[in-house]
Design a protein around this ligand. Sequence first.
Ligand SMILES: C[S@@+](CC[C@H](N)C(=O)[O-])C[C@H]1O[C@@H](n2cnc3c(N)ncnc32)[C@H](O)[C@@H]1O
Length: 154
Amino acid sequence: MPLSSYRRFAEVYDWEGSIDFSRQAFRRLMAICREYGIAPGWHLDLGCGTGTLAILMAEAGWKVIGLDLSEAMLAQARRKAAEAGRKILFVRQDMRQLRIAEPVKLVTSFYDTLNHLSSGTGRRRRSAGISKLLACVQSGGKPSIHFPCPVAET
Ligand SMILES: C[S@@+](CC[C@H](N)C(=O)[O-])C[C@H]1O[C@@H](n2cnc3c(N)ncnc32)[C@H](O)[C@@H]1O
């Protein structure tokens, strides 16, 4: 999806179901963390959008980095985090050229984000996104990726 599309998308994004999805994903993630005995640490959310998951994770005691390419999405995320009184590091970066200082304990990329990467064929862009994502996970940490449905190759 072209980056310019997210400007308009950011204004309406939270009305079209993403908040419900993030809440469900958060509950599922917490259940997985309980099951595997994963205590809070650093969490990186790739393609964090308007920051709903990042804020829920911060409320659960995680130190969160929300990374997204769209300044419009990040602006909503920063506004919501400030309203919720949560300190979250929101970073504008292209996850295809991901650079982070240190690997983290938990990396997520939810709600179809890898299918939004806009270069290469569908399969190639997803595998590039996945390899970048895995490179950020510290030893013993967990990656968690969400693919809602198969996507036609382009
Ligand atoms: C469908 S939204 C998902 C947002 C969020 N993960 C959620 O669960 O609501 C896809 C997000 O990926 C971001 N995105 C698209 N291409 C990106 C890229 N190359 N690097 C980082 N973020 C990107 C978009 O700006 C958008 O916020």
